[in-house]
Write a protein that binds this ligand. Structure first.
Ligand code: CAO
Length: 483
């Protein structure tokens, strides 16, 4: 990175560099030398690479992440950064590791899919962060990394002695990124899991059918959604650091992340003050609105009404359905396809406002047509006329979908403990940074490698660390001899 070269130069005059910076410079010698060679142009950026697309390294090459995450929200974030090329070092508790390694296990003794699908492309080191030697190793890592990512319960990182102030003293360039359940306020100390966030972020109260209870959604918008937000915060902080030279705190509260994804519902809450929400089917059904945004079933959240309709085979196949959107510009084509050409001109159906109170009847009529075909046949016919429809795909269908394999969105990787498994690759495609999707690490698989090659401990020091108990599980008390 051009800016990195600049920072290294400036820092060479400062006392700070003598400690943490020194090692960082060592590690980055190669890219810095390369950057030197490709002379900067007038605006300070390096000359555009002449290498073929996809052969100029990865977007986050040279970024090292101290990954102190567990369960889902944090690991989602660091996995994405790893896919983008960052060196992600996952710190895990000796003997136990991330609790998800053993949660929802499907293969006896092997790391669960819960773990393997959230921790690909990372390295694993075991460190007892509460052991004095473990603390020392961690502090050495802090000095060598660009970002620390964590999603412990509130206060846990501080209790390990890793306050932001302390981290910043060790490494002023360090970005400290956290997921917490809630932001500052009455609930800031609460522990939070996915569905708590879905409920507190406004998703559950607006999901489901009007006459049923609130519903949580299967998509992990609280965990993976917040991890995604955090990744954006980290990349932005890395970019700002190229100008300021210093790291900063990045905080994503799961409640905030869910609300951000549910923002159209906050939109509707405010619209409600000005009258009923005409695109909600309850409006057409003559059911009055209450004080808060109601659950909208399968109504579309936008201005183009939609609903989920049965297709051929729905009686036995729970996924034989299609989402059908009556987009205004293709209304004529829809009328022709479903055998209702008169709806193109009849006053009750010809315009979007006229159709709003009749949505139930319209979708019932369209459904009579969709039920005569499979969801894929409906899709093929509709797409010919630019009518937006979405077949309800089961996870089985997605797992078998070849186009997702070809794009690298679904990737098969091989794992020594469990054999081949499918994972979700990088959903964000960069034309010059191919995703780096590798299997998840075994617990502590890279402990030795990291101690030696990253932290530069000598053989003797490593031998001492091994017997210290800082990287190994505590000894089980010896069983009392039988009398
Ligand atoms: N060595 C020694 N101790 C370690 C360690 C290591 N390598 N890694 C973790 N620990 C310790 C922590 O220091 C903490 O100890 P203290 O409570 O004594 O300080 C302890 O392990 C447990 O951490 P935790 O409280 O975060 O874990 P939990 O299982 O009780 O709670 C969760 C889990 C997810 C509810 C909580 O971490 C949380 O609320 N996180 C923030 C929100 C979040 O990310 N939620 C999404 C989770 S995914 O659904």
């Amino acid at each position: 990175m051009a800016t990195r070269k600049k920072v290294t130069k400036t820092k060479s005059k400062s006392a700070v560099k003598k400690t943490a910076r020194k090692v960082v410079t060592l590690r980055r010698k190669k890219p810095a030398a390369k950057a030197q060679a490709s002379k900067a142009n007038g605006n300070g950026y390096p000359r555009p690479s002449s290498r073929p697309w996809g052969h100029a390294g990865r977007a986050l090459d040279g970024v090292r992440i101290l990954d102190f995450t567990h369960v889902q929200s944090g690991p989602t974030c660091t996995q994405l950064l790893a896919y983008m090329g960052a060196d992600v070092i996952k710190v895990e508790r000796p003997g136990i590791g991330d609790v998800t390694r053993s949660q929802l296990r499907d293969v006896k003794g092997a790391d669960s899919l819960y773990f393997t699908m959230l921790n690909g492309s990372k390295r694993s080191i075991t460190i007892d962060s509460k052991h004095p030697k473990g603390k020392e190793i961690l502090e050495r890592l802090v000095k060598l990394c660009d970002v620390l990512v964590e999603n412990f319960a509130p206060g846990a990182l501080d209790r390990m002695g890793l306050t932001f102030e302390h981290i910043h003293k060790l490494n002023p360039r360090m970005i400290v990124a956290s997921v917490k359940g809630f932001g500052p306020g009455p609930y800031e100390d609460c522990k939070v899991y996915e569905n708590v966030a879905q409920c507190a972020g406004g998703s559950a109260s607006t999901t489901g059918f009007r006459d049923g209870p609130p519903l949580v959604t299967g998509a992990q918008i609280g965990d993976s959604g917040t991890g995604l937000h955090l990744a954006l915060g980290i990349v932005s902080a890395l970019y700002q650091r190229t100008r300021t030279g210093r790291g900063q705190k990045v905080l994503c509260a799961m409640q905030d992340g869910v609300l951000n994804l549910a923002r159209v519902k906050l939109r509707d809450q405010q619209r409600l003050a000005h009258g009923p929400l005409a695109e909600y089917s309850q409006y057409g059904e003559g059911i009055p609105f209450g004080k808060a945004v109601p659950r909208a079933g399968n109504d579309s959240g936008g201005g183009q009404p939609g609903w989920i309709l049965k297709c051929k085979g729905w009686e036995s196949d729970p996924d034989a359905y299609i989402y059908f959107i009556t987009q205004a510009p293709v209304w004529g084509a829809i009328c022709d396809l479903i055998g209702k050409p008169e709806w193109k001109t009849e006053a009750d159906y010809a315009t979007p406002p006229a159709r709003l109170p009749r949505l139930r009847k319209i979708f019932d009529t369209i459904e009579q047509w969709t039920m005569t075909m499979t969801k894929f046949e409906v899709m093929e016919l509709c797409n010919k006329h630019d009518i937006p429809v979405g077949p309800i795909l089961s996870m089985k269908e997605i797992a078998e979908e070849q186009s997702l394999r070809l794009t690298g969105t679904v990737v098969e990787v091989d794992h020594p403990g469990r054999g081949k498994y499918l994972t979700v690759g990088n959903p964000i495609k960069l034309s010059d940074s191919p995703a780096d999707v590798r299997r998840s690490p075994l617990l502590g698989e890279h402990t030795d490698e990291i101690l030696r090659k990253v932290l530069k401990y000598s053989d003797k020091e490593i031998a001492d660390i091994k017997v210290s108990g800082a990287i190994t599980p505590p000894e089980k008390p010896a069983k009392a001899e039988a009398a």
